[in-house]
Design a protein around this ligand. Structure first.
Ligand code: SF4
Length: 348
């Protein structure tokens, strides 16, 4: 079995190549070739001798994602990729060209076990966790495309398929890895992790001293509605989630974002907005309203524009900082998991 070097830190690469009598400084070159210059084979690493390349080829591999589907929105601002990993499993990644820069939404698991009602990623359950290298490879694929246009990724959001905090070790490893100067050199402040509220892991993340933004998928103002939309709420109720979020803010100083998907007739009533105001009053947080992306399999509908604006105004009038998420790529099935589901159906 050859060892996959993609997804390793420079020091770890050095450890591996030392066994084959390659000097430590070669690890830096290998890391830069893989992560900065997007090399897929050792023969592309022209600063290494042919002999070194042959040694590496014999013992190691570089596993990158391959793109099996790609959809571009009509306005060319959103590109959705379906990537395949070494074992043939697939997950989605989205590039969003925003006015403030290029943001990439990454998947952290193949499928998801969390069962959120509005989400297509969970329809076929969880297949497996993604490794740090597999998450990084999604990002670098997009970075390569942007690089050809002399642009670069400015921010990342872990908001694709999967619950990042269930895949904790790989996710934290990935965050540290893409902060390294020989990979992406991304600042922690340009990273956002979205969770459905795995309470013990929120406390653990607060202790990591990574000043990333935490985004909490709230989607309801009380346990009754939240448990209906998000089964995880039966394990970690809304009070517990809000307490953990406040603790995260106190420890990191990073303001929390609460995601609230608006579903017609389920959580978009003024009574819900009022309850939300009472829960969030006094917190240094902002609410991001997301009109639901229709998931035909679940029969969920998007509220009318009037209802969306009414909900938003109610929060704003009560001093809760609120935005409505700008829609991007609805013409290319931008809801998380839809492209993969179509691909799996066609494959069958
Ligand atoms: S919203 Fe996130 S946590 Fe919920 S099912 Fe979808 S991928 Fe999983």
């Amino acid at each position: 079995m050859k060892t996959n070097l993609f997804g390793l830190f420079q020091e770890e690469i050095a450890e591996h190549i030392r066994e084959h009598k390659l000097e430590k400084y070669r690890a830096k070159q290998i890391a830069e070739w893989m992560y900065r210059h997007h090399a897929s084979s050792f023969s592309e690493m022209t600063t290494l001798s042919k002999k070194m390349q042959a040694v590496l080829e014999e013992h190691f591999v570089i596993e990158r994602v391959t793109c099996v589907r790609q959809k571009v929105s009509a306005d060319n601002k959103t590109i959705k990729f379906l990537f395949s990993f070494a074992d043939g499993e697939t997950a989605e990644t989205v590039l969003m060209r925003q006015p403030y820069g290029n943001s990439v939404c990454l998947s952290t698991q193949v499928g998801c076990a969390m069962g959120c009602l509005f989400c297509a990623s969970t329809l076929a359950g969880l297949k497996r966790n993604l490794t740090a290298g597999e998450i990084l490879s999604q990002l670098l694929y997009v970075q390569k495309i942007l690089g050809e246009e002399e642009q670069h990724v400015t921010s990342i959001v872990l908001m694709g398929s999967g619950e990042p905090l269930v895949n904790y070790d790989n996710v934290v490893r990935f965050l540290r890895l893409c902060h390294e100067p020989y990979t992406m050199g991304l600042s922690y402040r340009s990273m956002t992790l979205s969770t459905c509220g795995i309470v013990p892991s929120i406390y653990r993340l607060a202790d990591e001293e990574l000043p990333i933004t935490l985004s909490i998928s709230l989607h309801a103002p009380n346990d009754e509605i939240r448990s209906e939309i998000m089964p995880i709420n039966r394990k970690y109720g809304i009070d517990e989630v809000l307490r953990a979020s406040e603790a995260y803010y106190e420890k990191t100083g990073r303001r929390i974002t609460y995601e609230y998907t608006l579903i017609d007739g389920k959580n978009d009533m003024i009574s819900c907005a009022d309850e939300l105001v009472r829960r969030l009053r006094g917190q240094n947080a902002n609410v991001n309203l997301i009109p639901v992306n229709p998931v035909p399999e679940r029969g969920l509908n998007r509220p009318s524009l009037t209802r969306i604006n009414r909900f938003c105004s109610y929060l704003q009038d009560h001093k809760i900082q609120t935005t409505i998420r700008k829609e991007m790529g609805t013409d290319i099935d931008a809801a998380c998991g839809q492209l993969r589901n179509q691909y799996l159906k066609q494959k069958k």
